[in-house]
Write a protein of this length. Sequence first.
Length: 147
Amino acid sequence: MDSVDKNTRSRIMRSIKSKHTMFERNFYNALVSKGIEGIEWNPSDVFGKPDFAHKQTKVAIFLDSCFWHGCPKHLRMPHSNLEYWQKKIERNEKRDELVTSTLSSNGWKVLRIWEHSLTNNAAFKKWVEKVSNLIVKRKILHEQSKA
């Protein structure tokens, strides 16, 4: 049973941001501070609308929240309306699989980063470094293929 009434729960759920979250802002700022240019937020012209995309190098980055994307370690399923939430999370997981496979088959490198792996400062820095290095590497390969 839910600890709040239906209207309050609805208001709480509506207040949860899906774009430009604190994690996204911090991650974007960290990439920019590493000198990475050309990162776009939620580009509507890239299938699946990744949180970030570097179109020149075809790198798509998704920062997946543990709740909405069904983290096997941290998903805490609500106790009320359980059937609804199970179906919702399953649909999200299937959509994530479709987006990843579609982008990958079109030459994109897809990175899915769990929200929980960005809460620790050392892990956060490791992910920023990994993404930064990947973009630089793919940019060099892209430029070499043009020559």
